[in-house]
Design a binder for this molecule. Structure first.
Ligand SMILES: Cc1cc2nc3c(=O)[nH]c(=O)nc-3n(C[C@H](O)[C@H](O)[C@H](O)COP(=O)(O)O)c2cc1C
Ligand code: SF4
Length: 441
């Protein structure tokens, strides 16, 4: 498959993060054209391109931008643009590469997006653990400001845009857009019920657009080449290219850019170099830890786009974090490990999520350690079913879906542990189950 590397094309060039090298590679080359376009024109181009948000939900970007109320309907309030650089989803590590290798591309995308939505001040909300990237971004912002690419009257076009970087404190939930906004405002990073959606009432109760790093980095190419060129890549409903964070039992883990609609089998066998020698595939998580797991049969039938993964496997493309697991994987232990993460990261506002994640982890530890009964599996499924869709934010579903799908598609692995327990067979690695109360401590 032949396609342009829209997002990662500059990554191999030495010093691509510096302004002179970035400019020599064409970064900021589309800026003046974009800033001389009418904001509505940019929104229409991005709408026509079919670009969908790369943070996980796949919401159409141009449509989101069009929800920002016009100047006459904002009651004098400003508009904010927030770049979501929190990237904490287990298995996802693409945004950090975008910011490390090509920070100016993201900044160019932010300036264009800001002009499109009438925003004069934007923020990059970056994950607390990315201190080293924060330093690089900070340098890039200062380089851009010194070159007249940020600040007042950018490139003499009369457009103003100032950009700030805000370092988070390492909570996964702060990647959820309303929690991110609360955290940016200086409050506890806890999600809020929607509506109102941030595009109407977000940061400091003003219209706010939250977009992922990768989403914003795709915008300059769309302005340069046009909506039709972008739409010609990928599939009808999932146009363009996408970065996939590939990890697990593969020979060449890494971040790969392919056009959406690329066969999953090819991504694993060609880009990732296939499975480790002598191994067979057990399962794949296609879109970051929060999405349902897939069987090998589903993997071989799927293409990497929003529709195929959903119709073939009942899963999601999510953030594009693909975790490949081979026949040496203990899926029960893997699921227990995942639930440890969710139990720890729940913000605690909703009872089903706060209590349920801890209990799911607690039960999974017992199953893993050959200490559980058949009734425990019934309780586990019941817990997951009663968390999904019964919480303020999608975190609850994100914790429930792995449990539901592992139990549905790999039930035999769990039954084998129950049978071992009934026969008194000790597990190889017995770890005493923690008390649920200590899980988030
Ligand atoms: C628990 C949770 C964590 C999230 N973490 C991230 C994240 O780290 N980065 C991100 O871009 N989006 C994350 N999202 C999605 C954001 O809420 C939001 O949809 C996204 O930033 C919108 O940008 P996009 O339209 O460009 O995808 C998360 C959502 C949830 C429910
Ligand atoms: S679902 Fe979980 S993370 Fe989301 S608001 Fe409720 S308790 Fe917090």
């Amino acid at each position: 498959m032949d396609f342009p590397r829209i997002l990662s094309g500059n990554w191999e060039t030495p010093n691509s993060h510096t302004l002179p090298v970035a400019r020599s590679l064409g970064v900021y080359g589309r800026l003046e054209k974009a800033l001389r376009m009418q904001p509505t024109e940019i929104v229409q181009v991005v709408k026509d391109s079919g670009l969908r948000g790369r943070g996980g939900a796949g919401f159409p970007t141009g449509m989101k931008w069009s929800f920002v109320p016009g100047p006459d309907k904002r009651g004098g309030k400003p508009v904010y643009l927030l770049c979501n650089a929190d990237e904490s989803e287990p298995g996802t590590f693409k945004d950090r590469y975008c910011m490390w290798k090509d920070p100016h591309l993201m900044i160019e995308g932010m300036i264009i997006a800001a002009h499109a939505i009438g925003c004069k001040v934007g923020y990059v909300y970056i994950r607390g653990e990315f201190r080293y990237i924060y330093d690089r971004l900070w340098e890039a912002v200062h380089e851009a400001r010194a070159a007249g690419l940020l600040g007042n009257n950018i490139l003499g076009t009369g457009v103003d845009f100032e950009l700030h970087i805000h370092l988070g404190a390492g909570a996964y939930i702060c990647g959820e857009e309303t929690a991110l906004i609360s955290s940016l405002e200086g409050f506890k990073g806890q999600p809020k019920l929607k509506p109102p959606f941030p595009a109407v009432e977000g940061a400091w109760r003003a219209p706010t657009i939250v977009n992922n790093v990768e989403t914003l980095s795709a915008v300059p190419w769309i302005i340069e080449h046009g909506a039709a060129a972008y739409k010609a890549l990928g599939t009808e409903k999932s146009p363009g290219t996408k970065l996939f964070s590939c990890s697990g039992h593969i020979r060449k883990p890494g971040v790969y850019e392919v056009a959406l609609g690329y066969p999953m089998k090819d991504l694993i066998e060609k880009e990732c170099g296939g499975l480790l020698p002598g191994r067979t595939m057990k399962a794949v998580i296609p879109g970051g830890s929060s999405v349902p797991i897939m069987t090998p049969a589903e993997v071989y039938a799927c293409t990497m786009d929003y529709e195929s993964i959903s119709t073939v496997a009942g899963s999601y493309l999510g953030s594009g974090g693909m975790i490949v697991m081979d026949d040496t994987t203990d899926l029960v232990a893997a699921l227990a490990n995942l639930l440890r993460f969710y139990a720890h990261e729940s913000c605690g506002q909703c009872t089903p999520c706060r209590e349920g994640c801890g209990w799911m982890y607690h039960i999974l530890c017992r199953v893993r350690d050959n200490c559980a009964t058949a009734e425990d599996l019934v309780t586990l499924k019941d817990l997951a079913d009663n968390i999904h869709s019964k919480t303020i934010c999608f975190f609850g579903a994100s914790a429930a879906m792995p449990v539901q799908s592992f139990l549905l598609k790999f039930k035999a692995d769990f039954i084998a542990r129950i049978e071992a327990a009934s026969k008194g067979i000790a597990s190889g690695t017995h770890i005493a189950p923690p008390s649920p109360a200590t899980v988030g401590a």
